[in-house]
Design a protein around this ligand. Structure first.
Ligand code: PEP
Length: 253
């Protein structure tokens, strides 16, 4: 198997003022200086991006945003463009998080436009997919994921997707304390990698980073990372506390 460097990403959601974010980021940078074996990314709210960019500059912690709009400028009150994110120091952007799908009506078609805009502006898209609890119970997990991936990535070629990161986030595991079992996570990650292989070729499938997200904590990260197709984690709640997040990316429990 090709080497895929693990990526541990923290999604801070709608938490932390700029001052709080700077303080947390400083502690994360200090903890992350202990390793180069793993890439670390943090995604603060938009209002904290610029000051946090100063903190992570010259460290190997990268900055990400939690969302973007697909146009670079225009009369789109309240939206933030890819070029603004790039100019604020972002390298990554999370796209299609289930909270955006659920609360803000984000569709696979919107997500497709956002992925295109991210790539065009040299931002690494972290594209989230995942099934709800009722979809899992009615055995629709794979058909739901198939649609999310096919529609989200429609019209792209393998060269466009060289930097793509996928995050499998079962909706029933986000912020609930429930985690997919390692076998459930592996089964879906393997399915996603095979789907990317079928659609875009094996070279991309082999190099694709697929994160698991859903109540990742210091005590379950190692076991999840032990699965062959789990390449990292997208961490919500547990990334807000630098010590806890540090234990996750240093794989200490
Ligand atoms: C997330 O927000 O992407 C997430 C996985 O949240 P949590 O770790 O809190 O479940």
């Amino acid at each position: 198997m090709d080497f895929r460097k693990p990526l541990i990403a923290g999604n801070w959601k709608m938490f932390k003022t700029p001052a709080e974010a700077v303080e947390t980021a400083k502690q994360i940078v200090a903890l992350a200086s202990a390793t180069t074996d793993v890439d670390v990314m943090i995604a603060p709210p938009f209002t904290a991006l610029t000051p946090v960019a100063e903190v992570v500059k010259n460290s190997h912690v990268s900055l990400g945003a939690q969302n973007l709009f697909w146009e670079n400028e225009g009369a789109y009150t309240g939206e933030i463009s890819p070029s603004m994110l790039k100019a604020s120091g972002c390298d990554y952007v999370i796209i299609g998080h289930s909270e955006r799908r659920q609360h803000f009506g984000e569709t696979d078609e919107n997500i497709n436009k956002k992925i295109r805009a991210a790539i065009k502006n040299d931002l690494i898209p972290v594209v989230c997919v995942g099934e709800t609890e009722s979809e899992r119970e009615s055995e629709e997990t794979f058909s739901v994921l198939d649609k999310q991936v096919r529609t989200g990535l429609e019209g792209f070629g393998p060269n466009d997707l060289e930097t793509l990161v996928m995050a499998y986030e079962p909706v029933w595991a986000i912020g609930t304390g429930k985690t997919a079992t390692t076998n459930q996570a592996q089964e879906v990650h393997q399915f996603l990698r095979a789907l990317i292989g079928k659609s875009f070729g094996n070279v991309l499938a082999k190099s694709l980073i697929i994160l698991y997200g859903g109540s990742v904590k210091p005590n379950n990260v190692k076991e999840l990372m032990g699965m062959p197709d789990v390449d990292g984690a997208l961490v919500g709640g547990a990334s807000l506390d630098p010590e806890t997040f540090g234990k996750i990316f240093l794989f200490q429990n």
